[in-house]
Design a binder for this molecule. Structure first.
Ligand code: ZN
Length: 293
């Protein structure tokens, strides 16, 4: 498998943005080809591609555009949603995840982000068993494709329908059970900043070699929507400087992936927004400037 931690070389002034990656959902109104050219234009290093951005396009065309852009394809987002009271729905979920793995392979993305799922009415242990089972059934396909399944623990406010995996500890525990180099963890600042066990669990994750991805944005105190009002780095209360340093100290040297769902920011001029993202990254995440040099 391609080493996801190997960063592309950058020339001159672009070098300090080498670890910056954007999720296409962050600039949702841009189609995949516009996003690729705009991101490349400002000199950032990577792109994480949401599957909805692929709709209506041939994967080979998108792959060609990625190669021409010089951007590093980081993650395909997203797979998972393994839970359901229905046997056939759980089987369909495994098949859908295999398709996501195939897409990631075709695009050269080394990992698929796993939002593991949760089903109202099922117990937590039932959800977790189904998630473990779904991941296990998907694993052979991922290994064969050389694509990593990165389990993303979600903030517990999403534990109703999106993810029963609500802490870094739960993601680490799943990795231990699955015991495969094709499984890792996506650490998202928005989801884990509050966790009193973060320091212990990020060290554990690092020691196991499982910090596969790091997502950043900010948590606004006056958030008016629990899904679509995430903050640009510096707009909220997450101490990204400390968290980023900690994640790096635990052995991570991959991309800093900006993933912001925000009706406010989506409605702004996207070129201006992109410039603000670059600035916010440089202001609030100083450690990559050190590590990337
Ligand atoms: Zn994320």
């Amino acid at each position: 498998m391609e080493d996801v931690m190997t960063l592309p070389e950058f020339e001159g002034g672009n070098r300090d943005l080498g670890r910056l990656c954007l999720h296409t959902i962050t600039t949702k109104s841009w189609d995949i080809f516009t996003a690729l050219s705009k991101y490349a234009e400002v000199g950032i290093g990577g792109i994480s591609i949401w599957r909805d951005a692929l709709a209506g396009h041939h994967l080979s065309d998108v792959h060609g555009a990625i190669v021409r852009s010089g951007l590093h394809p980081v993650s395909l987002v997203r797979g998972g949603f393994f839970t359901s009271p229905s046997d056939s729905a759980r089987k369909d979920a495994v098949d859908e995840n295999k398709r996501a793995i195939d897409e990631a392979e075709a695009l050269g993305c080394p990992m698929v982000v796993m939002v593991c799922g949760a089903s109202p009415g099922q117990s937590l242990s039932c959800d977790l068993n189904q998630i473990q089972d779904g991941l296990a059934k998907t694993l052979d396909h991922a290994e064969a494709a050389g694509v990593k399944l990165t389990i993303e623990p979600l903030h517990p406010m999403y534990a109703d329908t999106r993810s029963a995996v609500a802490t870094l500890k739960m993601a680490n525990d799943l990795c231990d059970v699955l015991d495969s180099s094709s499984v890792g963890v996506a650490v998202d600042a928005f989801h884990v900043w509050w966790d009193p066990e973060f320091d212990v669990e990020i060290e554990r994750c690092g020691k196991a070699g499982n910090i596969s991805a790091y997502h950043i944005c900010d948590w606004k105190r006056d958030m008016d929507d629990m899904l679509n009002d995430r903050g640009l780095m510096g707009e909220g209360i997450i101490d990204l400087n400390s968290m980023s340093r900690k994640v790096d100290d635990c052995g991570f040297s991959g991309f800093y992936e900006v993933e912001i769902f925000s009706r406010y920011w989506w409605a702004q001029d996207q070129d201006e927004y992109l410039r603000k993202i670059v600035k916010a990254y440089q202001n609030s995440c100083p450690s990559p400037l050190v590590s990337a040099s």
